[in-house]
Design a protein around this ligand. Sequence first.
Ligand code: GN1
Ligand code: MG
Length: 366
Amino acid sequence: MEQRDLQAIVAHFDVKGTIAEIKPLGEGLINDTYKVVTHEPAEPDYVLQRVNHHVFPDVDMVMRNIDAVTSHIRKKLVEAGEDDIERKVLRFIPTKADRKLYVIVDGQYWRLMVFIPRAITKQAVDPDSSRDAGRAFGRFQAMLADIPVQLGETIKDFHNMEFRLQQLREVVAQDPVGRVAEPQVQQLLQEIEQRAEEMTKAERMGREGTLPKRVCHCDTKVNNMMFNDRGEVLCVIDLDTVMPNFIFSDYGDFLRTAANFVAEDNPDMSAVGFRMDIFRAFTEGYLQSARSFLLPVEIENLPYAAALFPYMQCVRFLWDYLSGDKYWKCQYPEHNFVRANNQFHLLRSVEAHYPEMQAFIRECLK
Ligand code: GN1
Ligand code: MG
């Protein structure tokens, strides 16, 4: 987009300082993100984001959720006497006209938040920062346990495994781009179906009333965290998907990205695998801050959660591949298939480590 157009969008918000430059930031696959640099050293820089309203159909709900979550966390940090709070929770800027946290320009939804200075994002983590990340996500869930409002479901059935399988089966039946017959696709579909019963057990437990939903982040990828220069977690970002869910979401999705030896789209399948050092460190940290509120059934099923997320992401990437690549940006035609296959190889590696994972969790609880 043109500087002029971006500047005009920023002008809707109640910013301090004057804009020097607006430039692309990060590599999110869903929203478009820009850094807004101000001239004055004393004023903050900002992050401007266009929210993908095809993915998030109710942007107003997204922003109400985010407002509730960031206000609640800020209150908790103040009560706990924390320092440096502005770097530990996001601050969204209201519009001048109606104090809303987003503006609609030409049918597009935009929002603005304060840029967190001197923070680092990472694509990969070592065991020390994973332990810290585990503690941070456990604390995130713990802080939000008593949020006084009912959060909305910003993407309906987002992490519902039954729904994701149904979506896949529908596209397989329709085969809109003629990719279903590919032998590699057929093989992957068979592997997926073999595991379908086991992988949908969370939904069944939910219906039976034995597994609760809690406020979760639901996109706990490594690159959705900000670290300080000592490698400690400052805060969790990318809050669009914060909603009630099984805690497996946050635990499983972090390990899916952090404990893979390679990136989720690495085409060298022999390099894909589950890092037990990351698993151990993250689990230790997570249990330290979440153990007090977790039920035994949630703790027992953490290895299941570690398998569920590569499985779910495999199903989702394959669904998009068979749909004609409408959801995730692709750099080449097979990109989504490579992603799906990568996640399947990760799943197999998780499965191979199941007994070891269960033994480790038992040790942590002693
Ligand atoms: C999307 O927006 P981003 O890149 O953090 C997706 C996640 C997937 C991830 C896979 C709203 O996350 O669920 O795990 O891509 N977010 C949404 O890379 O679908
Ligand atoms: Mg992100």
